[in-house]
Design a binder for this molecule. Structure first.
Ligand SMILES: Cc1cc2nc3c(=O)[nH]c(=O)nc-3n(C[C@H](O)[C@H](O)[C@H](O)COP(=O)(O)O)c2cc1C
Length: 196
């Protein structure tokens, strides 16, 4: 599938079916991730794959506590945006998805956050290519992961990717048109091309 088609068909998914995800497929996703470019090629990313249900339960319990707090103090406009999409403090995907991939970045490496997120972007496309769905879930606090999972303190959790088959009817989110976000030679000047 063309990269454009993968990006068109990809959507964030927050409910998952219990169908298994093979570790071979996870290895494929991580192979794609490790090809990402990184600042000074330091490859600051690390991946922890969680298949164990008890660990997923612990992660969900902690994240839901954090989210309750986050939802209480969220800006009203963000609250409305989340409410319209049914996003609450409840995070069922953390136990429903057969696999969670926790992505960590090594603090202090050159462009460690940017590089880690590039690898995450690559992963989203690989997940889509294999016919799975995911969500870039970013808990508002991350220290708990180092304690719970015995992660060295120089690594910080960037995202949790639940991976599995979607149990949702996909909701399309609008994107800004190209004329509004990309310019030729001068800010505000349209590229004036046919859509690719
Ligand atoms: C950096 C980043 C952080 C995000 N964090 C969350 C999150 O914590 N919880 C959540 O439900 N969605 C999260 N999302 C998903 C976005 O809400 C979603 O990508 C956006 O609404 C566009 O929808 P789509 O992915 O279906 O195209 C995040 C997305 C990105 C890129």
């Amino acid at each position: 599938m063309r990269v454009l088609d993968l990006t068109i068909s990809r959507r964030s998914v927050r409910r998952f079916r219990p169908n298994d995800v093979s570790l071979n497929d996870i290895a494929y996703i991580l192979e794609v991730a490790r090809r990402a470019p990184s600042g000074a090629n330091r490859q600051p990313w690390r991946f922890l794959v969680i298949q164990d249900h008890e660990i997923k339960r612990h992660i969900r319990r902690i994240c839901e506590e954090i989210e309750k707090e986050f939802h209480q103090r969220a800006e009203p406009s963000l609250k409305r945006w989340m409410h319209a999409r049914g996003i609450t403090w409840k995070k069922p995907f953390l136990t429903e998805a057969p696999i969670l991939i926790l992505v960590f970045g090594r603090i202090g490496e050159p462009y460690w956050i940017e590089s880690t997120w590039l690898a995450i972007g690559f992963m989203l496309l690989a997940i889509q290519e294999l016919g799975y769905s995911t969500l870039t879930y970013t808990p508002s606090k991350t220290d708990w992961a180092n304690h719970l999972l015995e992660i060295p303190k120089q690594y910080r959790l960037q995202v949790i990717l639940p991976i599995g088959k979607s149990a949702e009817s996909i909701q399309s989110q609008d994107r800004l048109p190209l004329e509004e976000i990309a310019y030729l030679n001068k800010w505000g000047e349209s590229l004036r091309v046919e859509s690719p």
